[in-house]
Write a protein of this length. Structure first.
Length: 257
């Protein structure tokens, strides 16, 4: 217990670990869980978005969708390599889960875990069509950028370095989505109606990825130096960002909670 307290004090002072052997058991378990959630979300997100490539209305859109799929898989591979250093069987890991599996569009699973992987629940829901994929990418893309932004200074140095490389590409994915959204919105009232329907569908599902406003686990991750901001702070930043993005694409909108 004294040793663990010393480690927590070290992390609270901004200390960092550079190799698996330095990390205590509780820290390792939380770090692996965090990495698994990221990897599974990138794998499931790529699998779901791959189905949307042929929905793209033109070559430019298909290229953008393909790029997002490719880079999400690359991000997953980068973090998987770090998991492998902790003893994870990364070859089996990549094939054991049905990454493209989705639940019914009308089902609402809230924050309840579903299936055998650690993907964020938003990646259990199916995408309806091209317009829906663009809206989902805009909303979840912004959430991903905000969430990774909180992880780039995490106390496990190899993971922080990986996230620093990943973040600019995830920012570009979000920008591609915003470009696509503006293009869709310019098509007129029917396109705007579809955008609005998708925003209403994805809003609570993406918001749920930030977790409960008050979370004992998040506080523990902050003590470990793996997180730095509260779920509530990250969610509020996402809401503000969405207000700007949606207003830019569609004009004035009513607020959402």
């Amino acid at each position: 217990m004294a040793e663990e307290k010393d480690i927590l004090d070290y992390l609270a002072r901004g200390g960092k670990f550079s190799a698996p052997g330095n990390a205590p058991a509780r820290y390792r378990a939380e770090l692996l869980r965090m990495m698994a959630s990221f990897v599974d979300s990138e794998m499931a997100g790529a699998a779901g978005f791959a189905d949307c490539i042929n929905w793209g209305p033109g070559v430019k859109e298909k290229i953008a969708a393909s790029r997002i799929v490719l880079e999400k898989l690359d991000h997953a591979e980068r973090v998987l390599k770090i998991m492998g250093e902790f003893g994870a069987d990364i070859d089996r890991y990549q094939t054991v889960h049905p990454w493209s599996a989705r639940i019914s569009r009308d089902e609402d699973i809230g924050v309840t875990r579903r299936g055998g992987d650690m993907r964020l629940n938003v990646f259990h829901y199916p995408i309806a069509d091209w317009s829906d994929s663009v809206v989902m990418n805009v909303m979840m893309g912004a959430a991903t950028v905000i969430q990774i932004g909180d992880l780039v200074a995490c106390s496990y140095q190899p993971l922080g370095a990986a996230f620093r490389d990943i973040l600019p590409r995830e920012q570009r994915h979000a920008e591609l989505g915003e470009e696509g959204l503006r293009s869709l919105a310019a098509r007129g009232n029917e396109a705007l109606r579809k955008i609005d329907d998708s925003v209403n569908y994805w809003w609570p599902r993406v918001a749920a990825t930030f977790g409960a406003p008050k979370s004992d686990r998040t506080e523990m991750l902050k003590r470990f130096g793996l997180r730095h901001r509260s779920n509530e702070e990250l969610l509020e930043e996402w809401r503000d960002r969405m207000s700007v993005v949606l207003a830019s694409a569609q004009g004035s909108r009513s607020g959402r909670c």
